[in-house]
Design a protein around this ligand. Structure first.
Ligand code: MSK
Length: 635
């Protein structure tokens, strides 16, 4: 039966077990939710004021306006841009947290943290125009943090955010400025979306959508600073070989699952798990402490430390059904509240850590940078105590795991290419794109969604594109899907890549010392790390002196669900990339909005949305978009 829900083999074992033990899965809850509201699916339900809720009759027989007179176009556009604002707020809160921590570290020191990558600090300082000559690491880090925080404070809207204007090609920045969608201040841009979508404000769907695009570009700004500052504090990912899927749990170890997004928490828990390993062994866990990752925190620690990934978004609560997770430690975003009820059926400690992200029925240990070591120690010791309560009779670890070569930051990709051409590292990639050995680049991002068989759309679309010699980058739970399902091995390159793509992956892999090809899917990190792909694209555009929209680059989110994914997809479009969404967006009740996003956007930005639920057809449309870009470039 699981076959209908997921292609993850671990689910074949755990979903029937959940049924037997009467524990609800996301798919059970989805079933109970049927039929879902048709007005909501079309986006034509308005709950913005208390005269409502209002809803527009999609068949044209009932109300064609809300009580205030808002049309379907206005209602749908307002709903959509509020999603973009929430996505931008989530990423930029994450970025602000890291920037504040770096500022604090540089001014007063923080016992648990340091500047781990000084080379990256210098590179970022140079990008942002921060003076480095004759200055200490602390002074430079302080100014980098301050410049980042200023992107949340600048009130001069003729001046774009620093991270926006200084990391994207000048041509694209100019174009977006002319279109009036350049963010000058992350917070103000998000606030503006909330204000203009209040009842009785902006009632022009095109104007609303442009406001949403500006919000999405603020999302990019928050993401890029979050990623780059995290690299400075925790290290820039380099290729590492690890494992993925629930078989990474160990029967004879204290298993700590780190879940959420922000490395400020997870990095310190990893450090303390190493320090307290002997305590776990003394408690009877002969294999000590085994830290594993879930969702994007999983991606963060996987890339920087080689920590194995247990699972991605949709199977987070089912992972607890293994009976072998002693604690699930969470911070922010994409944490299903259901982990509390599933955890309560086992010995598992569910530990929330952030003051603004609590879950009823779980233990809360409030984390702060100042007390990071003490709090992480408490978390690890609680996990050891939980292990002592574990019932061995209820342990069911699916023996499913795949090797995954991960850690392809922009720096790692450039350094692998430099092994082929040290003088001009990007040249091998540019030459391959120009010659057609690599037809184009596809960035896979996004989540899982019960509306789509788990991981299946990712796997189907990617295999089609690899066979057409498209280079694939991945982030977030999409990258998790590829890691769990064996798409990050050298064998997979041989099995799925077209001949010329395999030739290039082998050339670069061997030059970089891998004895064979790079994996077919290059794992760039968590969802916030989609900015890494934008930086690679920007470097290519600048090397070729073209705009981002000229490049044969596409994006795909085959199983998206979150507001963050909506924001990411929107900035991908604004940067000029045709962007596939595999779940029908809640906008189809407004044909005018659909037209702006799928057709008019192409004229404005060069990028546009491709909604397509059928994976093979989606791959075909993405490939055609790549060919069209190639043709325009004359290659
Ligand atoms: S965690 S936003 S489910 S990628 Fe980044 Fe995964 Fe999507 Fe959350």
């Amino acid at each position: 039966m699981t076959q209908n829900f997921s292609i993850d083999k671990s689910m074949d074992i755990l979903v029937p077990l959940a049924k037997k033990e009467c524990i609800e899965t996301p798919w059970d809850r989805y079933e109970k939710m049927q039929p879902q509201c048709g007005f909501g699916e079309l986006g034509v339900c308005c709950r913005i004021c208390w005269k409502g809720p209002c809803r527009i009759d999609p068949f044209g027989k009932g109300a064609d306006r809300g009580i205030c007179g808002a049309t379907a176009e206005v209602i749908v556009a307002r709903n959509l841009i509020r999603m973009q604002a929430a996505g931008a707020a989530s990423h930029s809160e994450h970025g602000r947290h890291i920037a504040l921590a770096m500022e604090h570290l540089s001014k007063h020191g923080l016992e648990a943290y340091s500047i781990k990558d000084e080379t990256k600090l210098m590179a970022v300082a140079s990008t942002l125009g921060v003076e480095t000559e004759g200055r200490s690491t602390q002074e430079i880090a302080h100014d980098v943090a301050q410049t980042s925080l200023n992107d949340y404070m600048n009130q001069d809207n003729s001046k774009g955010c620093s991270w926006f204007t200084k990391t994207l090609p000048a041509k694209r920045v100019q174009k977006l400025k002319e279109l009036g969608v350049m963010p000058h201040n992350i917070d103000a841009t998000i606030s503006n979306i909330m204000a203009r979508s209040h009842v009785g404000c902006d009632s022009d769907h095109v104007n609303l959508l442009l406001g949403g695009i500006r919000g999405a570009l603020a999302d990019y700004t928050g993401m890029v600073l979050a990623t780059e500052l995290s690299d400075i504090m925790f290290g820039t990912p380099q290729p590492v070989i690890t494992k993925a899927n629930l078989g990474v749990l160990k029967e004879n170890a204290v298993n700590i699952a780190l879940h959420g997004h922000n490395p400020l928490l997870s990095e310190v828990v990893c450090d303390m798990a190493i320090k307290l390993n002997e305590e776990a062994i003394a408690a009877g866990a002969t294999e000590g402490i085994n830290v594993v990752g879930v969702c994007c925190t999983g991606n963060e620690v996987m890339l920087r430390r080689g920590i194995p990934l247990a699972t991605n978004y949709l199977s987070q609560d089912i992972a607890i059904m293994t009976g072998a997770i002693d604690s699930m430690v969470v911070d922010v975003q994409c944490i299903m509240p259901s982990i509390a009820s599933v955890g309560a059926c086992f010995h598992t400690e569910i530990i929330t850590t952030m003051p603004d992200n609590k879950i009823t029925g779980t233990r809360h240990i409030e984390f702060s940078e100042e007390e990071a070591l003490e709090k992480a120690t408490e978390i690890v010791r609680l996990s050891i105590e939980a292990y002592k309560r574990r019932d061995p009779e209820r342990v069911n670890i699916p023996q499913v795991k795949e090797t995954a070569i991960v850690g392809f930051s922009k720096e790692a990709i450039v350094s692998a290419l430099a092994a082929v051409n040290p003088e001009e590292p990007l040249k091998p990639l540019i030459d391959a794109i120009v010659s057609g050995d690599i037809k184009g680049v596809a960035l896979f991002a996004g989540c899982n969604n019960v509306r789509v068989k788990q991981d299946n759309a990712y796997m189907t679309v990617v295999k089609e594109l690899l066979a057409q010699n498209v280079l694939v980058l991945a982030t977030g739970c999409g990258a998790g899907a590829f890691a769990k399902n064996g798409m990050m091995t050298q064998e997979a390159s041989k099995e799925f890549c077209g001949e010329s793509l395999l030739k290039i992956l082998t050339l670069v892999g061997e030059a970089a010392g891998l004895e064979g090809p790079l994996p077919p899917v290059l794992h760039m990190g968590s969802c916030v790390d989609n900015s890494r792909a934008a930086l690679v694209a920007s470097a290519l555009a600048e090397a070729l002196d073209v705009d981002l929209s000229d490049l044969p680059i596409v994006a795909s989110a085959p199983e998206l669900m979150s507001e963050k994914a909506v924001a990411i997809g929107s900035w991908a479009v604004a940067l000029g990339f045709p962007t596939h969404v595999g779940v029908m967006p809640q906008i189809t009740g407004a044909p005018g909005v659909v037209k702006v996003l799928t057709e008019d956007a192409k004229e404005l930005f060069g990028g546009y949305f491709i909604p397509e639920e059928a994976p093979v057809e989606a791959a075909n449309k993405l490939y055609q978009a790549i060919l069209e870009k190639r043709q325009r470039l004359g290659i």
